[in-house]
Each structure stands twice: as structure tokens, then as C-alpha cells.
Design a protein around this ligand. Structure first.
Ligand SMILES: Cc1ncsc1CCOP(=O)(O)O
Ligand SMILES: C=C1C=NC(C)=NC1=N
Length: 215
């Protein structure tokens, strides 16, 4: 699981002005290790348009042997045969999800402090998305940034669970984040708003794998 978290790209149709399927394919060509479909916020797609895009993105990910995760919408994830879900603290509980979903599903949860991280471990989450690390405009209701020290504190109480850092992350943040305990980084705008998503992803992949070689 930890190696899957190295370059965890997240995209929804409102994170780019381009065709999201083209942006996704360019990022996949650049070496995305895990993908999450997150259709939220202004102008988010609904109903069957959202389902169709999700299905197309899933097929694209599977062509590149990358697992496809759905944010929040557990029934959509079940309906289209996703590889897992990512839920927030106030979404459906991990235990309920684990009861309803395939045994091999990846179930991730957000954590912004030590107690949320401890709860996620106790509930059996497969990974935790820790942040927001830095300020971000991508998520309207993002909480106060926790910085590198926030990751360090969470790693201190959750020594073995896979951790992906998220929130305002740029290329130069990768190695410092991995040094304080993150297993990878989750990115939206640094890739989705890039003029060259493939090259941007390649750079993230190089930094993340460089750290692993260095270990
Ligand atoms: C979904 C989410 N959760 C915490 S911050 C965030 C948005 C991250 O987007 P970006 O990488 O563009 O800052
Ligand atoms: C809020 C989030 C936190 N972490 C991850 C990986 N995805 C999210 N949607």
C-alpha cells in the first residue's frame, strides 16, 4: 500500500479547464501511482454525467494498471466497480464501508490531527490522507494547515499506517514531507493546472522514488 501512495493524483472536472480525461491520461503517462475521482464543489457534475465520467476514468486507470478510488460517494464506487473509496471524518464510517464493500477494497480516510489518525488506525483504514499541509484554494472548506510538524506528530502516534500528505503540495515539498514520515503525496492543482501534466507527474514521481532509493 505504501508504494501506491507515492504520487496519488486527485481530479474532478472542475479542477481543470481542459478535458479531464486528457489531463488524467497525461498524468497516468507521467507515472501516477494511485488515482482518486473527486467530483465536488462549484459546477461539480451530478447523476449520470458524473457516473459516465467516473466509468471512463476508471477504464483509463485500469489501462495503466493504476487503482481507481472514488471520493465520498460509496454507492457510485460500488456501482462502477471501483477499487476503493476515500472518506472524510464525517462521512460513512470505515467499519460500515468494510461491511458493505469488497474484501480487497482500498479504504482511505482523512485525518488532520493525532486523535483522528488514531481513530482511523483503530477502524482499520488502509491509509490516511493527512492535511491540509499548506494553504490551498482547491478545497473550499479546508481546515487550518498543519505543516510538516503536523505530519511528524501524526506519524508519532501512528507508526505503521500508510500516510499520504495532501494540501497545497508542490514539487519541492515531496522530500521534506517524506523525511517527516509521509509515504507519498496527494496532488490536485500542481498537476491538474500544469501546462504539462505528464512532465509535472514525472517530476513528482522522480522526487518520491528518489527518497525511497535514498532510504
Ligand atoms: C482534497 C483536499 N483535502 C485537503 S486539501 C485538499 C485539496 C488539495 O488540492 P491541491 O493539491 O490543489 O492543494
Ligand atoms: C480530503 C482528502 C484527503 N486525503 C485524500 C487522499 N483525499 C481526499 N479527498
Amino acid at each position: 500500500m505504501k508504494e501506491l501512495l507515492q504520487v496519488y493524483f486527485i481530479l474532478g472536472s472542475n479542477n481543470t479547464d481542459r478535458d479531464p480525461l486528457i489531463v488524467l491520461e497525461e498524468a497516468l503517462q507521467g507515472g501516477v501511482t494511485l488515482f482518486q475521482f473527486r467530483e465536488k464543489g462549484d459546477h461539480a457534475l451530478q447523476a449520470d454525467v458524473k457516473v459516465t465520467l467516473a466509468q471512463q476514468m476508471k477504464e483509463l486507470c485500469h489501462r495503466y494498471n493504476v487503482p481507481f478510488i472514488v471520493n465520498d460517494d460509496v454507492s457510485l464506487a460500488l456501482d462502477i466497480g471501483a477499487d476503493g473509496v476515500h472518506v472524510g471524518q464525517d462521512d460513512m464510517s470505515i467499519t460500515d464501508i468494510k461491511k458493505r464493500c469488497p474484501e480487497d477494497w482500498i479504504v482511505g480516510v482523512s485525518a488532520t490531527n493525532q486523535s483522528e489518525a488514531e481513530k482511523a488506525v483503530a477502524d482499520g483504514a488502509d491509509y490516511i490522507g493527512v492535511g491540509p499541509i499548506f494553504g490551498t484554494n482547491t478545497k473550499k472548506d479546508a481546515k487550518r494547515p498543519i505543516g510538516l510538524s503536523g505530519v511528524k506528530q501524526i506519524r508519532a502516534v501512528a507508526p505503521s499506517i500508510p500516510i499520504v500528505a495532501i494540501g497545497g503540495i508542490q514539487l519541492t515539498d515531496v522530500i521534506p514531507l517524506m523525511k517527516v514520515g509521509a509515504d507519498g503525496v496527494s496532488i490536485i492543482s500542481a498537476i491538474s493546472q500544469s501546462e504539462k501534466p505528464m512532465q509535472a507527474t514525472q517530476a513528482f514521481a522522480r522526487h518520491a522514488s528518489y527518497f525511497h532509493q535514498g532510504m
